[in-house]
Design a protein around this ligand. Sequence first.
Ligand code: SAH
Ligand code: ZN
Length: 406
Amino acid sequence: MSKCLICSTEISPFMSFGKMPIANGFLTPEQFPDEYFFELSPSFCPNCSMFQLDRQPEPQRMFHENYAFFSGTSARMAVHFREFAEHVKKDYLPGKDPFVAEVGCNDGIMLRNFSGWGIRHLGIEPSANVAAAANKQGVKTVCEFFGSELAEKIVKEHGQADAFLGANVMCHISGFNSVIAGIRKLLKPDGVAMFEEPYLGDVIEKTSYDQIYDEHVFLFSASSISYAFRQHGMELVDLEPQDTHGGSMRYIIAHSGARPVSGNVFRQLEKERALGLDKASTYELFRKNCEKSRDDLVSLLRGLKKEGACVAGYAATSKSTTILNYCGIGPDLIGFVSDTTPIKQGKFTPGTHIPVRPYEEFAARYPDYALLFAWNHAGEVMDNEKKFKEAGGKWITHVPQVRVLR
Ligand code: SAH
Ligand code: ZN
């Protein structure tokens, strides 16, 4: 039994993915003996509806000067964040000299738009290498973990914010109540918080269990977000579903009573009830679906090995760490994983120790099959990799079912 990170109800995990290393912890052979593992087991709180990890590594183990994920590597995401920024500017910054804060701004992929428009902004980013990349391109960034204390400091220095933004970061922070308390202090009375995160409903519907890894302490839904913010005098006023990262939800939050609540909120809460997101049986079925997905993937890869086919992994994503470790897939089944990020190249995948090779090696000698770990960027990848297909290469995906794409 553990206590829910949001409402302190006693809860216990409904399944375990087994021992997991740090998802972004690509490493060298010298580091193998000291590799850190923890048990990856999700729980669902029947009281506040929050889907969460039973245990998480300390944040400093994941977010530091060698953080391996650079947001700017995806051209599609750059467009996505430019559109997000334009939406904020047009619809939520009516006053003079507005101030925008973004938590987890990474290399500045979203804030650089505000910086370009000459809008006052501040990024909050604890991973020093990506924070430095943001500062370098003119995005004002402090290298810290966001929480209630830091919010006070920011208000003293910059005043309150018109918009508080976040993407793929709020679900990373186990001290979520402190984050909400911080947002409440930081936001002007008529300000809005807008953040988008992988959506629990999509994970359940698509069995995209690889969204569950150390950094994703939570998977949010409209129900859990409403509950969490209501406890702090704030409310969910609107929702904007996104197709990024395999299905995300953008939540729009205001001080309670400050803005009208859109019908979208009621409709989404209703949808979540219909999907059974509040029922234990839904998670029991999800567990079974994960086991089937694992067994199907392993038997497909074993079959291909028997045929003598060469299989590579495409993109050494953090999500792939859950797949590889949960399924027990090592270098015997996948020869190498191709990735364009220099910090990962020449290293090995966390836990299962498959070599990560520069993308150029993949392109120079195509494997017979490529397991698409970046399935959430499938459109962008397929556009870029027409030649692989023309050369007879085949894609394997595991979402929503394990299959070879024809
Ligand atoms: N917003 C970007 C980056 C997402 S990765 C995008 O969507 O592409 C998550 C980022 O959040 C990492 O850069 C990590 O360092 C940062 N982060 C983690 N915990 C944080 C915290 N408590 N406060 C602020 N940023 C945090
Ligand atoms: Zn709870």
